[in-house]
Ligand binder design. Structure first.
Ligand code: AKG
Length: 270
């Protein structure tokens, strides 16, 4: 399913789109599961609460009896469906073509942009935030609802993954209110920005150093995606001094059948 063009697009542009990654049935299951997780969010213990984030700029944490969630981190922990979706055969086939047979899961998140209330996600590079070196990971954002410019689809700057990783301090706030710009940086040429609309079931694959973000959702249609980031064992865990010395990552494919791998802090010289 992945073509030479996809590989080339990832290398050259930093992203590509695969249409129809999920079947209509998988889309419907995913949508139903997101609904269930809104109920789970009400009952999680204090330790888990940080994984369920309410939209930060709304007055009402609930609307029409439903929590106004911006995202759910570590979605695999709370949902066998989203745990399994990270290993969906078509997805793994594409990732294996791109990265090779050994695949680890770095991130498993649901990015939710609720109707009328979804906030702006400011421009950034994931590699500025991730303690991984070399900074070559691949993220997939799978649309569970149609994603359009009106409901806050992804916006990317093609080619921007080639210019190196900026320091976190240079990006400013990521979660921004609906009327904020995507960036305060003066050195970003906004005329280069491309919207990436997706039909439900389609997916955007992108390099972890690609500059990306998304606009507000002021529309009546939610924009919900399942987002996963993957890496290969040649990428090392390189935490900053204030981060844990060890990190455990789930295996998605290969790795001699191990289920999880523990990474210990590596001195990378960066
Ligand atoms: O889904 C979005 O709107 C943006 C997600 C994103 O940029 C991220 O999680 O790094």
């Amino acid at each position: 399913m992945v073509t030479q063009t996809h590989k080339q697009e990832l290398e050259e542009q930093g992203y590509f789109v695969v249409e129809g990654l999920l079947s209509p049935q998988e889309v419907a299951e995913s949508v139903a599961e997101v609904e269930k997780l809104h109920e789970v969010a009400r009952t999680v213990c204090e330790a888990d609460k940080q994984n369920f984030q309410i939209e930060p700029f709304v007055d009402d944490a609930q609307h029409n009896g439903k929590l106004v969630l911006r995202k759910i981190e570590q979605s695999y922990k709370y949902s066998p469906w989203f745990d399994a979706l990270a290993r969906q055969p078509k997805l793994v086939a594409i990732l294996s073509e791109l990265l090779g047979p050994d695949l680890l899961l770095f991130r498993s998140t649901l990015m939710l942009k609720p109707a009328f209330r979804g906030s702006v996600h400011g421009f950034h590079q994931d590699t500025s935030y991730w303690p991984m070196h070399p900074p070559h990971l691949v993220t997939v954002s799978i649309a569970m609802t149609d994603a359009t410019p009106q409901n806050g689809c992804f916006q990317v700057i093609p080619d921007s993954h080639k210019a190196g990783t900026r320091d976190i301090s240079e990006w400013g706030a990521i979660a921004r209110d609906q009327d904020s710009k995507l960036t305060d940086r003066q050195d970003i040429d906004m005329s280069q920005v491309i919207y990436v609309p997706l039909k439900a079931g389609s997916a955007l694959f992108f390099h972890s150093a690609l500059v990306h973000g998304s606009g507000p959702n002021k529309s009546p249609n939610p924009r919900n995606t399942a987002l996963y980031a993957y890496f290969t064992p040649n990428v090392k865990y390189a935490p900053t001094p204030d981060q844990p010395r060890e990190a455990i990552y789930n295996v998605v494919a290969g790795m001699d059948g191990q289920k999880q791998v523990t990474f210990t802090a590596e001195e990378t010289g960066v």
